[in-house]
Design a protein around this ligand. Structure first.
Ligand code: 3PG
Ligand code: MG
Length: 383
């Protein structure tokens, strides 16, 4: 696009963790910087739209984006002014006062119920503030809201650089991966990731399963899992997935405890020696060895979900080992959102991976193979 003299209405996902009125984690703000810098350098006036939290259609101080504007300015090394509303006179005045190459962040779009309702009158009001809609909010692309999808009805709509990177990197892994393609899926429940597993199994060469969800698969193989988290209703689904060839790799050994909340050292045992009082809380060292080999041989690795209760250092070894194996691998390595991102950040390994997604729910829905409304809205004639 030719940006000179244009106002870019940029939807970002600045829905960042806050603590005591301050930004507690600025990863999502940093991830948007390439788009903001690009637009500034090309002479656009940059008007930022975002939500923060779930204020339910009403203004609320604790969901104000004002502290986020301050952090954005620090990271940008340039002013980021703030408007107390995203529509109406406050927004219009702030946009008028912003010059070419300057940046203004408008207040939380979810302070208006019309945002989540994808109200077209509201989208039209937002659209009146700019010339081109730039959607860089991959993290919110699974929502069909006024500022994520509705705006595209009113103006040319293009992907920002972060959005494009997310779609290209994760999309290529799903559609045309460098093989072997290894997916690692963890987290507590099969139920929340069944669609992910079903979509991945058709595409990957290996599917490594850890975390609480592995218990349901172990059960499907006839093993006893003691007091471990188990979803009896999903044992049949797990059995069906296991029957689809030999792609699934389960932990062969596990870390168990009878003392989840305490500090007793855990025990490591074979996956078929879990006692009736014990609970599986991590994958064991032999499983780590197998996972490491699979990751080492891969052309593409896609990871979502921790291997155990990694918030507790006693049960974090498996998750951290996967993070390290990915960092050491020469494969295209992708961490698809949520808690596995936290693990990678904690271990200081994010820079050594090809891509760490800014999407939680959005990454999951993308990996499920769903159409993301915020992406679908961009398809079409932008001329
Ligand atoms: C997220 O962090 O999940 C996105 O910013 C979307 O927020 P939401 O789940 O409240 O729609
Ligand atoms: Mg969410």
């Amino acid at each position: 696009m030719d940006w000179s003299g244009k106002t870019a209405l940029v939807r970002v996902d600045f829905n960042v963790p806050m603590l005591n009125g301050q930004v507690a984690d600025d990863t999502r703000i940093r991830a948007a910087l390439p788009t903001l810098r690009y637009l500034r350098e090309h002479g656009a006036k940059v008007v930022l739209l975002s939500h923060l939290g779930r204020p339910d259609g009403k203004p609320a101080d604790k969901f104000s984006l004002r502290p986020v504007a301050d952090r954005a300015a620090e990271l940008l090394g340039a002013p980021c002014t703030f408007a107390t509303d995203c529509v109406g006179p406050a927004a219009e005045d702030a946009v008028s006062a912003t010059g070419a190459g300057e940046v203004v962040l408008l207040e939380n779009v979810r302070f208006h119920a019309e945002e989540e309702a994808n109200d077209s009158g509201f989208a039209g009001q937002l659209a009146g503030l700019g010339d081109v809609f730039v959607n860089d909010a991959f993290g919110t692309a699974h929502r069909a809201h006024a500022s994520t999808a509705g705006l595209a009805e009113f103006m040319p709509a293009v992907a920002g650089l972060l959005m494009a990177k997310e779609i290209v990197v994760i999309g290529t892994a799903l559609e045309d991966p460098k093989r072997p393609f290894v997916a690692i899926v963890g987290g507590a429940k099969v139920s929340s990731k069944l669609a992910v597993l079903e979509n991945l199994i058709a595409r990957v060469d290996r599917l490594l399963i850890g975390g609480g969800m592995a218990n349901t698969f172990l059960k499907a193989q006839g093993r006893e899992v003691g007091q471990s988290l188990l979803e009896p209703d999903l044992v049949e689904a797990a059995t069906n997935l296991l029957a689809l060839g030999n792609k699934i790799v389960l932990p062969t050994d596990v870390v168990v405890t009878t003392d989840l909340k305490g500090s007793a050292p855990p025990r490591t045992c074979s996956a078929d020696q879990v006692g009736p009082e014990e609970m599986i809380v991590d994958i064991g060292p032999a499983s780590v060895g197998v996972f490491r080999i699979e990751i080492g041989h891969a052309g593409t690795v896609l990871w979502n979900g921790p291997m155990g209760v990694f918030e507790d250092p006693r049960f974090a070894a498996g998750t951290l080992a996967v993070a390290h194996a990915m960092a050491d691998s020469s494969a295209t390595t992708i961490v698809g959102g949520g808690e596995s991102v936290q693990a990678v950040e904690q271990a200081g390994l994010a820079d050594r991976l090809t891509h760490v997604s800014t999407g939680g729910g959005a990454s999951l829905e993308f990996i499920e193979g769903k159409v993301l409304p915020g992406v679908a809205a961009l398809k079409g004639d932008c001329s």
